[in-house]
Ligand binder design. Sequence first.
Ligand code: DAT
Ligand code: MG
Length: 151
Amino acid sequence: EDVEETYIMVKPDGVQRGLVGEMISRFEKKGFKLTGLKLFQCPQELAEEHYKDLKSKSFFPKLISYITSGPVVCMAWEGVGVVASARKLIGATNPLQAEPGTIRGDLAVQTGRNVIHGSDSPDNGKREIVIPFLCNKNILSVYDYSRFLIC
Ligand code: DAT
Ligand code: MG
C-alpha cells in the first residue's frame, strides 16, 4: 500500500467537549504521523467548499452552521493506507451505528454531532487539507475566540 495523507478535523462539539487530545491520541497510537495541525474558525465559504459534494442534501444548511459554530482542529495525518484506516478508526457516520472502539462509537450519539471528519479518498484528502492550511483570513474580528490562536 501507498503512503498517503488524509485530512482529519475535530468538529466544534469535539473541541468544546475537550476531546481533542483523546482523538489525536488514537491516531498517534495507531502509528500515523501528524504532519499538520491548526485551530481554525472555518468561514462559511470554506465550509461550503469542504462539503461541496453534499450541497444538494437537505441537511446541508444545518451541517454548515454546525461546522462554523466554533473552532475546529484541522490535521493532516500521513501513513501507509491512512485514508481508509482513519475512516475505520472514526467509525460510521451515524454514531449509533458506529462500533464500540471507534471514535464515533465511543464518543458521540448524533449524526449531526459526530465529533470528527476524515477524508473518504486520497484525492479528497489532498483537496480538503489545503482549505484550512492555505487560509490566511483573520477571523478574530468576527468571532470572539481571542483565547485561541487562529490563522
Ligand atoms: P462522513 O462524515 O462519515 O464522511 P458524509 O460525508 O456522508 O459522512 O456526511 C458529512 C457529514 O454530514 C456527516 O459527518 C454528518 C452530516 N450528515 C450526513 N448525513 C446526514 C443526515 N442524513 N442527516 C444529518 N446530517 C448528516
Ligand atoms: Mg464524508
